[in-house]
Design a protein around this ligand. Sequence first.
Ligand SMILES: [Zn+2]
Ligand SMILES: [Zn+2]
Length: 415
Amino acid sequence: MAAYNHFAQMTISQPLKTVLKSAISGLTMLALFSLNASAQTAHTNPWETTELGVLPPIASMTDGVWLKGELHVHSRHSKESSNNSIAKIIAFSKAVGIDYVCITDHDNHVNGDVAHNTWADPEFKSNDVLLLYGGEWTTTRGHGNVFSARPYDHQRLYDVRDQRDVVIGAVKKQLNIHLSANHPSGKDHFGYSYDMVNSIEVWNSAIWSKNANAIMIWDDMLSSGRKLTGRGGSDAHHGTPEGTEQPGKNTYQAKANYVGTPTTWVFATAKTSQAVVDALTNGRVSISSNPYAPRVEFYADINEDGKMDMMMGDNVKATGKPVKFRVQLSGKTVSDSTYTINIVKNGDPFGTYQAKGKQPVIEFTDTPALIGRTYYRVTVEGPSTPYPQVPLSEKLSGNMVGLSNPIFFNFDPNF
Ligand SMILES: [Zn+2]
Ligand SMILES: [Zn+2]
């Protein structure tokens, strides 16, 4: 309204001379505009999607193992953590069947020297649980986690934290690490370019409801061609006091949010740390509310032979022919319960299905566009699964059971 009034006043109050003058310049503008218009028809965008080259072949569908893990947990090497020694985290993980853990202590609490703190802790070893090397890159522009199968020079990443993205990106590349954006819509959200990251924390802590904006950011990044893996992380800081340990003011959190809330599943080629990191990078990943909740698996049959050819994280060229998709829940489902399976296509709701039984399965068919990118991903809602070791988490994750990574068509692997 204000803008309209301003415009009206201008036209009335201008003397005739000025009006004529502006009419002439208007004509010139018109001439210029038509010039531009003809130039525009000839314009070609050098960034326009072109024919994709040969895509990497799809990895084996059978040669691998499902592993469940925790990708965001703080030990006593983070200052605000309480009653959470590394030994306690590992023992708990083993007890609930967690296969891999990345202890991600705040690097700023040790001036970037994660190597001589978390990784040098005599308790940082396990014969049962795969331990990834990592840390929470804790900066004024937000937080990110590093996942690595072997020790790397974390100090270098810490030292460049206040530099421009182009500098940080080069260091990240040299270190050959997997970098992940943490709690992207919450406090201390990841504030760097998403071009530098391999994954995004779309499910932070047992409180599922606070992750809606993280999912929105993920869909924006996927829609713009970034093949980012979605992963979970409890971000737990506090353990349950044992022996002579005194409870702290945040001890109550240990019963609501701890290792495995949520749980990130990977389909890895082997039970090794490197295979876990590779699976995270490639996106053969789904997230469940806790280690006992059913696992979401998402497959596609691309050549109508009734056999599934690809799974979440995989990317192929669209053929223009219909694709049959399958969503199945594996593991312990809550008997006689109905699960609601929501399909998201290119960021928009595509379909809702119901499934029940011992191994709930649904199938649907769609034809991904021959030209341009398409992705499909899945979220599953239904009865919550009890997690007796973290009893209050069940209520916080509510009816959110799990979610898959997308199946991709025509994504540029060199983006
Ligand atoms: Zn953080
Ligand atoms: Zn954290």
